[in-house]
Design a binder for this molecule. Structure first.
Ligand SMILES: [Zn+2]
Length: 390
């Protein structure tokens, strides 16, 4: 069993703030937002504010501003620290823009509290100024949290995300490898059918309900002329809630699947497919692509954490190469063609199953591209015999 040190992870729980607490959280967010926007303003007017500078400034502004003083210094400091970090990153990370103003209308509240800014007492999260919020403890914290992020999502639900240390989950011994090919109708097709991850379309089940809510939205006053009607807002909320629910179920499925794959294999060969979120593609396609992205991320992360051999294989030629003998088909398979048939050795398999086999075969030979595998390589076949390509 591989033994590693402690790992730092986030444990997230639902919060159930009362009306008073919620008002306090929003007010806290307003103050933090104000400070963030001040920092953005400074930067825009030519200064390059560091956390040290902003920190000094905070002390000064707080001393003459009662409104700010009513808020938590820890949360305000954290806001400025986050600002300074994202500003610094905008200079060093390619493609990262400068931090921008946060408007009340289109940003969701996020507050950070370090160790001295919060406590857990009687099962409640206690924030500065005696704000006490019941937590839905869906599992036990493995250690004392070192910080917490309190945030609200688009549905108006509040969450607390604690940073904790824990011993890594024990990973069972495993031998053998698995190849993973990504797809739309089956999110992950693997070399071993029993490890496939179907795209269950929690969506499909919910799709009808979502569609209904959206139809209702279409009939209601959308606010393009005049204010949004109550019915429109209700339908919009309902649609958002259903979509969120489906997304959570998909996430759960992915976690369970990734754990199963990692627990049972020493070598995990993954098709390095990056879904493109094309503006033109359908909503259903985007959702399926999002599932692929999430599954791939989770599998790689878990595999690496467990000390498994994780190999990313380029997708080129995986679906037109025979996983039995490695002969490459002359023509690309048509999109509608679901079965792969090898003209050289007669090997037949489902198109995606064959591709998963190729992905695994490439990784087993220590490569990351189909092209790197020498055509004269001795290739062990599924039935244990060795096929030699003429
Ligand atoms: Zn073949």
């Amino acid at each position: 069993m591989p033994c590693m040190g402690e790992e730092v992870v986030r444990y997230t729980f639902r919060l159930r703030p009362g009306a008073l607490a919620e008002r306090a959280l929003v007010a806290e967010w307003d103050r933090c937002r104000f400070l963030w926007n001040e920092a953005v303003h400074q930067q825009k007017s030519g200064a390059r504010p560091t956390f040290g500078m902003l920190s000094t400034l905070l002390t000064e502004v707080r001393s003459r501003n009662t409104w700010l003083r009513e808020g938590s210094q820890v949360a305000q400091q954290q806001t400025l620290r986050t600002y300074a970090q994202s500003l610094a990153q905008s200079f060093t990370v390619k493609g990262r823009g400068r931090p921008t103003f946060k408007a009340r209308k289109n940003t969701l509240p996020t507050l950070e509290f370090t160790r001295r800014g919060f406590r857990i007492r009687d099962g409640r999260l206690v924030l500065p100024r005696g704000v006490r919020i019941p937590v839905v403890w869906s599992r036990e914290l493995p250690s004392e949290p070192s910080s917490v992020r309190v945030s609200r999502d688009s549905l108006g639900h509040w969450y607390a995300s604690f940073v904790v240390r824990r011993d890594p989950e024990p990973v069972p011994e495993a031998v053998g490898g698995i190849g993973v090919d990504w797809g739309v109708s089956t999110t992950a097709t693997t070399t071993d059918e029993s490890f496939d991850l179907p795209f269950r379309g929690h969506r499909k089940r919910c799709a009808a309900e979502v569609a209904k809510a959206q139809r209702t939205m279409a009939r209601r006053h959308s606010g393009k002329r005049g204010p949004q009607s109550k019915g429109y807002q209700r339908a919009k909320r309902q649609a958002a809630r259903l979509q969120k629910k489906a997304a959570r179920q998909t996430e759960h499925d992915i976690r369970v699947w990734a754990k199963l794959v990692v627990d049972n294999h020493e070598l995990i060969a993954v098709e390095d497919f990056t879904p493109k979120f094309l503006a033109k593609s359908t909503m259903a396609r985007k959702v399926a692509d999002a599932a692929i992205g999430a599954a791939k991320r989770e599998l790689i992360e878990r595999g690496v954490r467990a000390g498994r051999r994780v190999v990313l294989v380029r997708p080129a030629y995986t679906s037109m190469t025979c996983s039995g003998c490695f002969a490459r088909a002359k023509q690309r398979l048509g999109l509608g063609e679901r079965v792969f048939r090898c003209e050289v050795c007669g090997f037949t398999a489902g198109r995606d199953r064959n591709a998963a086999g190729v992905v695994l075969a490439v990784a087993e030979r220590g490569h990351t591209r189909v092209d790197d595998v020498s055509q004269s390589d001795h290739l062990p076949r599924r039935d244990g015999r060795v096929a030699v390509r003429a």
